[in-house]
Each structure stands twice: as structure tokens, then as C-alpha cells.
Design a protein around this ligand. Structure first.
Ligand SMILES: NC(=O)c1ccc[n+]([C@@H]2O[C@H](COP(=O)([O-])OP(=O)(O)OC[C@H]3O[C@@H](n4cnc5c(N)ncnc54)[C@H](OP(=O)(O)O)[C@@H]3O)[C@@H](O)[C@H]2O)c1
Length: 229
């Protein structure tokens, strides 16, 4: 099996987005036994190559969609520009909009963070959110992920990267809008009851995948890229 390319340019080529359509990619890491978290975070599962790939995928994206649960658990800040000098916009999915607008995620972002929220989000928080971020509304009581993706596309974001968490990924899968999954398999067995990378009600129509490529590294991590059939 091929090694994960060490050359930044080769790595970018291996993960290039199609340039003729809107494309929704997710990037996740899991243990061999399927756990998406270790000590309630994903960071403990990755290694330096996983972080390198994470940064590369960000550099290729126009927008990074992430659930508020992950943004809170992982202490998200503004996306840093990659070697191209370009940073993706961050789009956070939240219904409650219970976010700290004094953190760098909002105060230091080069371009305003985007909030993806349903129309019935609490009015007072929506008001504060609009002062501190660009707000896109889709769906009534819950964000409709399929509509939110269409909205992002209509704002010119065609290379979409979802960094989870598992509850957001589940909704992309059940809405049938996930085109690709980049999965890092971490060589560890954790047992326990941590969530899988997709955490939600069963999909009525399972997303059938095809393996686009598989790389490994010297630490026995696998880097799998699957596309929707
Ligand atoms: N293994 C991996 O690759 C990976 C990747 C990412 C995260 N993680 C881990 O996964 C955990 C967090 O994942 P999670 O699944 O609990 O949370 P999540 O998917 O990141 O976020 C869930 C939150 O998103 C908002 N949300 C979800 N669906 C919504 C909808 N339809 N409409 C409006 N808001 C919606 C809600 O935010 P509000 O509460 O603000 O309304 C909800 O609490 C963390 O431990 C993180 O470290 C692992």
C-alpha cells in the first residue's frame, strides 16, 4: 500500500476537489473498533500525519462546516491560511446559538464566521449572532442540512468540507448530500461506548461508497478516501 504523500503538492493533488460541481467532503478519524472520540475528543485519535492531512483538506476547501458540539469540544478558533495564503470560511451549525462571541473564533476571523441556524432559533441569540457573524437560516426548528448546503453553494462555496461531529455527519448522510468521506483509521482498540463517526437515526437509503484511494504511514495509520457511488 502506498505511503501518504509527504510532498505537500502531491498530497493536494491526491485530494483535489472536482472542479465542475459542488462537492461535500467529510474528514473524520476513528479507532479500528469505530470510536470517533477518545477522552471525548477526536484529537487523541490522530497523529502528525492526520493533522497534516486535516490542514491540507482545509486548505483545499472554500468553507468548513462544523457542528457547535465539535466547535465547543475542540475549542475551534479561526481557520488559519494554508501555503496558498487562503483560509476557508468556518460555518458553525447551531440551533441554540449559545456561543461565546468574545472568543477568537468570532473576534479574530479574517472573514466573518458563518452561523447555520434554523429560522426558529432563539430570537435574542439570533440578534447577537447577526452582530458577530454572517447568519444563514435554513429549516424551521432544526437546520435542514440539505438546504444549508444549497445556500452555501449559492454564496459561491462549492468546495465544502465537513469536520463533523458525528451528529452533523449523520444528517448529511441521511439527507443524501455527502459526496465523499476521508477517514483516518487510528491503530488502536478503545472499546467503551464512544460514538461512531456517524451518529443518528439509521439512513433509509444507505450511502454506498467506492474506495478512491488508500494510503498508510509508518505508524500504521490508514488514510482512506471514499466517494459516493
Ligand atoms: N472522530 C472525528 O473525526 C470527530 C470529528 C468531529 C468531532 N468529533 C467529536 O465528536 C464530539 C462532538 O460531536 P457531536 O456529534 O456531539 O456534536 P456535533 O455534531 O459537532 O454538534 C452537535 C450540535 O450541533 C448543533 N446541531 C446539530 N444538528 C443540528 C440541526 N439540525 N439544527 C441546528 N443545530 C444542530 C447543535 O448545536 P447547539 O447545541 O448549539 O444548538 C448540536 O448540539 C466531540 O467529542 C468531538 O471531539 C470527532
Amino acid at each position: 500500500m502506498e505511503q501518504l504523500p509527504a510532498e505537500p503538492e502531491r498530497l493536494r493533488e491526491a485530494y483535489a476537489y472536482p472542479d465542475d460541481r459542488v462537492w461535500v467532503r467529510a474528514n473524520m478519524v476513528a479507532s479500528v473498533d469505530g470510536a470517533a472520540t477518545r477522552d471525548e475528543r477526536s484529537g487523541g485519535l490522530g497523529n502528525a500525519n492526520d493533522r497534516r492531512l486535516f490542514a491540507t483538506l482545509r486548505g483545499l476547501a472554500d468553507v468548513v462546516v462544523v457542528g457547535a458540539g465539535t466547535a465547543r469540544a475542540e475549542g475551534y478558533g479561526p481557520a488559519q491560511p494554508g501555503p496558498s495564503g487562503r483560509a476557508p470560511r468556518l460555518a458553525i451549525v447551531s440551533r441554540r446559538l449559545d456561543l461565546d462571541f468574545e472568543t477568537p473564533l468570532f473576534t479574530d476571523a479574517r472573514q466573518r464566521t458563518i452561523l447555520l441556524a434554523p429560522e426558529n432559533a432563539p430570537a435574542n441569540r439570533l440578534w447577537r449572532a447577526r452582530e458577530n457573524a454572517d447568519v444563514i437560516l435554513a429549516g424551521e426548528d432544526r437546520l435542514d442540512l440539505a438546504v444549508a448546503i444549497q445556500e452555501l453553494a449559492s454564496h459561491g462555496f462549492s468546495r465544502i468540507l465537513c469536520e463533523g461531529g458525528p451528529r452533523i455527519l449523520a444528517q448529511l448522510v441521511t439527507a443524501g448530500v455527502l459526496d465523499e468521506l476521508c477517514l483516518t483509521v487510528s491503530p488502536v482498540l478503545l472499546a467503551g461506548d464512544g460514538p461512531r463517526i456517524v451518529n443518528g437515526p439509521p439512513a433509509l437509503k444507505p450511502a454506498e461508497l467506492r474506495l478512491t484511494h488508500a494510503f498508510r504511514d509508518d505508524e500504521d495509520f490508514l488514510f482512506l478516501r471514499y466517494s459516493r457511488r
